[in-house]
Design a protein around this ligand. Sequence first.
Ligand code: SF4
Ligand code: SF4
Length: 343
Amino acid sequence: MLFKVFPASELMRLFELLAKDKIVGPVKKGEDQHGQPLYDFDVVHEFAQLHLDYGQTIHSAKNWFLPYREDLCTFTFEARDWHKEVDYGAYAPLVLFGLHACDINALNKLDKVLLEGRYPNPFYGEKRENMFIVGHSCSPQPFCFCKSMGTDSAIRGFDLFLTRMDELYFAEILSSRAFHLLEQIDCRDPDSSEHRRFMDLMAERETRFVAHVDTSDLTKILDLEFQAPVWQEWGQKCLSCGTCAQVCPTCYCYGVAEQVDMDFTRASKEKQLYSCNLLDFASVAGGHNFRPESHTRLKYRYYHKHRGFVEAFEEALCVGCGRCGQACLAHITVPEVIASVRA
Ligand code: SF4
Ligand code: SF4
């Protein structure tokens, strides 16, 4: 990794250099009932729209590379036969500007399944190929527990990572494109006092995390407590709405729906992101539902993220961003669920 520093005033120039491609970043979307700003990832048309001081976005950046709805293939009926067409998409380059470390680590986890897994997803792969990622440091929010999940800093999965140090930006560089980009702005090597300032800033940030999850021996505890009554208690609270999966940067489960036009000339196969908390997630042909009760579905989500994924990839499928707890109308949060199972 290479390091550079540049004056904060140069950030706009950097944005403009990247702006020949579509830029997606944190923009203000309104205010909550307490008058606090709400942010989400969206297309940024001009620098002034970019809010790099955001605490957390409502949704992750996931739907820019794993859309909620996506055509897998289409069929047309011609010359007395069906013809299948698959379009992986010649996706235009995309710049994700201002991702926090948790969301970059979420992308790294998705890559393990959707790029490096047994069945790589070519739709996802096409989008990832054309992506330039600019990370940005964050200020820990009261609901973030990324430090517990080991995802509070990123060492891969980005091109450039920026940390604001008052009048300067400290830049971590991981790609040659990012290196050459910085050559076009007023930029230099950091001196040893700036190295120290950067490390001091990192250490100070570490002290500001308030939410924690004790992950020690968690897979064993989950195995031991599979039948614990506490799962039923959480299940009774859960509304099975699926919101947690919608906002989660690492949930990737999906369903496939096939549609045929009434005149039998065209058909399509559409993929839709789904949630394991939804009532029919484990329904199969014939009408049997393997997880008819809400607690079995909620439990499944936790076991996938904190048990099964750890067994497969030696890391949890949760980056501790806290979005699910913030969005849940039943106030179900990961730290509370894990703590109750432990207890
Ligand atoms: S945990 Fe919360 S957000 Fe998730 S399905 Fe249940 S009620 Fe909805
Ligand atoms: S499970 Fe919740 S805290 Fe963990 S990554 Fe998903 S939204 Fe974030």
